[in-house]
Design a protein around this ligand. Structure first.
Ligand SMILES: Cc1ncc(COP(=O)(O)O)c(C=O)c1O
Length: 369
């Protein structure tokens, strides 16, 4: 039985009529850039997350970059973040001219180890950028307390965690700004690239709207240097249809994670994802730790079962950051995770049989076969 890592087609087919009608309506109206669909979707996301404002942009990467710029970050500033994430997180920091300062991760949640943050705070530190990796919220209580104590801004990278909750609050609504990605494989994915930033801060909202639109408030008058980074109406219309299903889809992901847990629990050498008692995980990815990753991966590949390593090389060891002066061993937990993590198929439409089959192929004896 072949099982893809993510199955976008089956999700589309389950809501095909609504999606097709939404696309046709945008074409009929022919208002493609920042039209009524984008504005309506921004309002719906703001409501969903319980925040005042939302700004649709062209990608999650742009949401992060624009969020940092709107907060006034730039050259000479430092932003504390994790080395165990997708490059977009730190790329957004460097694009503003600021410097990423990495802090090791908690080996259970794969998110920032909040015990290690304080030591890295200097007079240049302006913000903390936690990533809710795989859909598990970072420890926002401690991060918020540190931010308050040192007067730092928090920008949440929620690219993998739309709908996840920390202490009953949706992630993205806790820091100064929350950033979402609508890349097709995310919890809420569009049919291309898309992103959004959300905030309660009216200044950040106004500035972000200018930044996404060539630094302009009034047509052809430009007061700051900006971007062309807008969430287009077609994507917004598709996302509006899908947003209604997001909570249910996330529930299904959690139910699928429970089936995985039951199927994998007795396997030696496989560590299941940890879920803290005060969070709701959004399981964008179902990621286990395995001792013998190459063998298990080979077995899964042979059986046609999708799998992926998010991420095989930590950010502090990437060539692009060689000038920052980090070396192997600087962040042992992040490096250990990058050597051991393995993500298995995860999407709402996954069946119990498919999960059992994927789990069966993670058995050490299966990998020896
Ligand atoms: C943790 C994280 N941050 C940022 C991004 C960037 O989002 P996008 O691909 O929409 O630019 C992604 C997704 O790719 C991500 O996984």
């Amino acid at each position: 039985m072949k099982i893809p890592l993510i199955d976008l087609k089956s999700q589309y087919l389950s809501i095909k009529n609504e999606i097709d009608a939404a696309i046709q309506q945008v074409i009929d109206e022919s208002s493609f850039i920042l039209g009524p669909e984008t504005r309506a979707f921004e309002e719906e996301v703001a409501d969903f997350l319980g925040v005042r404002f939302a700004v649709g942009v062209a990608s999650g990467t742009d949401a992060l970059t624009i969020a940092l710029l709107a907060l006034g970050l730039g050259a000479g500033d430092e932003v504390i973040t994790t080395p165990f994430t997708f490059i977009a997180t730190s790329e957004a920091i460097t694009k503003t001219g600021a410097k990423p300062v990495f802090v090791d991760i908690d080996p259970k949640t794969y998110c920032l180890n909040t015990e290690l943050i304080e030591k890295k705070i200097t007079r240049r530190t302006k913000a903390i950028l936690p990533v809710h990796l795989y859909g598990h919220p970072a420890e926002m209580g401690k991060i918020a307390a540190l931010a308050k104590q040192y007067d730092l801004k928090i920008v949440e990278d929620c690219a993998q965690a739309f709908g996840a909750e920390y202490n009953g609050k949706k992630v993205g609504s806790i820091g100064a700004v929350g950033c979402l990605s609508f890349f097709p494989g995310k919890n809420l994915g569009c049919f291309g690239d898309g992103g959004m930033l959300v905030t309660d801060d009216e200044n950040v909202f106004e500035r972000s709207k200018m930044l996404r639109h060539h630094g302009s408030k009034k047509k052809y008058y430009h007061s700051i240097s900006g971007f062309n980074s807008r969430l287009d109406s077609l994507q917004a219309a598709i996302l509006r249809v899908k947003l209604k299903f997001l909570a249910g889809w996330n529930e299904k992901r959690r139910a699928n994670a429970a089936v995985y847990a039951e199927s994998l629990k007795d396997l030696a050498g496989v560590t299941l994802p940890f879920v803290a008692a005060n969070v709701k995980h959004s399981f964008n990815y179902y990621t286990v730790r395995v001792k013998d990753r190459d063998k298990i991966q080979a077995r899964l590949n042979q059986a046609g079962i999708g799998n992926m390593i998010y991420y095989p090389l930590c950010l502090h060891l990437q060539e692009v950051y060689s000038s920052l002066g980090y070396k192997p061993g600087d962040f042992p937990e992040a490096e250990r995770a990058s050597a051991e993590v393995l993500s298995l198929p995860m999407y709402p439409e996954l069946t119990r049989e498919q999960i059992k089959e994927a789990a069966l192929n993670c058995r050490p004896e299966a990998s020896d076969a």
